[in-house]
Each structure stands twice: as structure tokens, then as C-alpha cells.
Design a protein around this ligand. Structure first.
Ligand code: HPA
Ligand code: ZN
Length: 324
């Protein structure tokens, strides 16, 4: 399999953050346009070393997204970049509570316009995951999910949970996630990126998620690994992030795949991590020794684990088969 073949492969990604998809140059431009100071600290934007520093930049860049046009532009530009790497479908997460003063309904509509333009121009499609910032606590989460359920916008196919997992334990969000589940929304959560296997287990137990974002800690617990295989838990992993947190043993993704787990590969926060969905596939493919069929299987795993309604999921799977 050549790099060109892998880049051209039609791809699906389930784990990509809207606010993490803003190139530094665009973040500066949006700040200027909105009359705000340049985002970031003395460190230099996206020059982080720890997850805390990363999240500091992420929140700072969230703050320069102010108008509906800003959301449209970021959604469009990040999908255009994905389409150049063969992306055909993405579930894009965004954190409404990182944008005080911006109405969720307006943001969803604006992101939808960016998706529609990218679809018309490049054939790439996307849906939205409303992400709960766990650092904002249980009440804010519940209020947000109530609003999303009320909105009942078909573009929003699920909810997620992100930010510092060492701060907001899953139990705090049980009520919000139960409400989302009863409204038919898909559920995913970041866990086991820095937290341990017990955190992943509790996330499965109390939040009713079918997917885990990252979840690398699963490798450290044979019982959880067995349970994940039995229950078909999907792990939406990201190559660059997995390497960033990996110890000397290297990325946990090759052993996760070798263990038979249901795994997909996404780009997480592409410009923040200096990556893209194409680069993620190239790096994973090289480390795992993928054939084109292996890479395709990872894409199909993502499509099967997507939160698209049945007929739309069938259409995506049909497209992937047709274009492969
Ligand atoms: N981990 C935790 N929170 C995040 C991430 C991540 O990878 N990306 C955006 N918010
Ligand atoms: Zn993430």
C-alpha cells in the first residue's frame, strides 16, 4: 500500500473537536475581526506540553469564536482540510459552554451552514456532537443537555464529554447522559486518556456510552479488555494524542488493534497537534503495518460506530463500499 493510496482512501472520523480545528492563523484573524486580544499565553499559541496547557489554549481559542459566521468558517475550513485527506464523514464535537453569550441553537445552525457548504463543494458530510466540558460541573451539563434535547436538531446526533478527566468524574454526569439517552442521542465520553482503567469502567457503567474517546488505559486491565470485546465497545482513538501521552512503550493503538478491540482512528484537534486525518492514517498504517484492507476495516469500524440514524448509516456504508 503506497502513502498515496492510503491518503486517497475514503475515511470516517468520530473524534474531532471544532474548537481544536482552528489553525493558529485563523484564530488570530478571528480575534482581530472581533476586536479581541490575540488568544494564548506567553508560551505561544499551541506550544503546549501538558494536557492542562493544551486545554488552556483550547479554551482561549474557543473565546475568539463569537459570531455565527465564525462557527460557519471554522466548520467549513476544517472539513475542507479533511476532504483533502479523503474524509467523507466526520462527527464533530463542539463545547457550547466554552462560548458564553453564544446561543447553542445559533451555533448549531451556523456549524450546519459550514457543513452544507463543505458538502456541496467537496462531498464531505458531518454531524455534530454537543460536548460537555466536564470542568463546568453537573448542573451546567444538565442544563446544556436539556437545551439540546429541546432543540431536537437532526444535525446533532449525540453528546460527548471532554476536558480534564482528572477533574470531572463520570458519576457527576449520569443524569445528563441518561436524559440524552432517553432522547435517543448517541453517547460518547473521553476516558482513559490520562485516567486509569477504573475510570473507563465507571464511564461505561454510569454514562451508558457505546463509545469511548481515547480509552488507552483499557490495555492495563484484562477484565475491562474482555468486557470491551464482549460488549463491542468502540474506542475512538487518535494517533498523535496517543503518542503524546504514551510512555516508552509507544502508542497503545497497535496493541489495542492486535487485541481485537473495535478501534477507529481520528485526528482529535488537527492544527493544535500539527496533524490531519491523512497524517494520522499514515502514521498508524506505518506503525501497524497495515494493508489497504486493514485501513479500510478501521474506516468501516468508525462508520458502524457512528451515531447516524439507520438509513443514513446504511447510505454511508454503501458509499464507502462504492468508493473504496
Ligand atoms: N482530551 C480532553 N479534552 C479535550 C481533548 C482531548 O483530547 N480535545 C479537546 N478537549
Ligand atoms: Zn478529544
Amino acid at each position: 500500500m503506497s502513502p498515496a493510496e492510503l491518503l486517497a482512501l475514503p475515511k470516517v472520523e468520530l473524534h474531532c473537536h471544532l474548537e481544536g480545528s482552528v489553525p493558529a492563523s485563523l484564530a488570530l484573524e478571528l480575534a482581530r475581526r472581533n476586536g479581541l486580544p490575540a488568544p494564548g499565553t506567553d508560551r505561544g499559541l499551541y506550544e503546549f506540553e501538558t494536557l492542562e496547557e493544551f486545554l488552556e489554549d483550547y479554551v482561549a481559542v474557543s473565546g475568539v469564536l463569537r459570531t455565527p459566521d465564525d462557527f460557519t468558517e471554522v466548520a467549513y475550513a476544517s472539513l475542507a482540510a479533511g476532504a483533502r485527506d479523503g474524509l467523507v464523514y466526520r462527527e464533530v464535537a463542539f463545547n457550547p459552554t466554552n462560548h458564553p453569550g453564544v446561543d447553542v441553537a445559533d451555533a448549531v445552525e451556523a456549524i450546519g451552514e459550514g457543513i452544507a457548504s463543505a458538502r456541496a463543494e467537496f462531498g464531505v458530510d458531518a454531524r455534530i456532537l454537543v460536548a460537555v466540558n466536564r470542568e463546568h460541573g453537573a448542573d451546567v451539563a444538565l442544563g446544556l443537555v436539556r437545551r439540546v434535547v429541546e432543540l431536537a436538531d437532526p444535525l446533532v446526533v449525540g453528546i460527548g464529554l471532554d476536558h480534564n478527566e482528572l477533574v470531572g468524574p463520570p458519576e457527576e454526569f449520569a443524569e445528563a447522559f441518561a436524559l440524552a439517552g432517553s432522547a435517543g442521542l448517541g453517547r460518547t465520553a473521553h476516558a482513559g486518556e490520562r485516567g486509569d482503567a477504573d475510570e473507563v469502567r465507571r464511564t461505561l457503567d454510569v454514562l451508558g456510552v457505546t463509545r469511548i474517546d481515547h480509552g488507552y488505559a483499557v490495555l492495563r486491565d484484562p477484565g475491562l479488555l474482555r468486557r470491551s470485546l464482549d460488549e463491542g465497545v468502540h474506542y475512538a482513538t487518535c494517533w498523535s494524542t496517543s503518542q503524546w501521552h504514551a510512555g516508552p512503550a509507544g502508542s497503545p493503538i497497535p496493541p489495542m488493534l492486535a487485541a481485537g478491540l473495535d478501534v477507529s482512528v481520528s485526528s482529535d484537534d488537527p492544527p493544535m497537534l500539527g496533524t490531519g486525518i491523512g497524517a494520522e492514517f499514515l502514521a498508524a498504517g506505518e506503525a501497524c503495518g497495515w494493508t489497504l484492507a486493514d485501513a479500510r476495516a478501521v474506516v468501516l469500524a468508525a462508520a458502524h460506530a457512528s451515531f447516524l440514524p439507520g438509513t443514513e448509516k446504511a447510505a454511508l456504508l454503501e458509499r464507502l463500499t462504492r468508493e473504496a
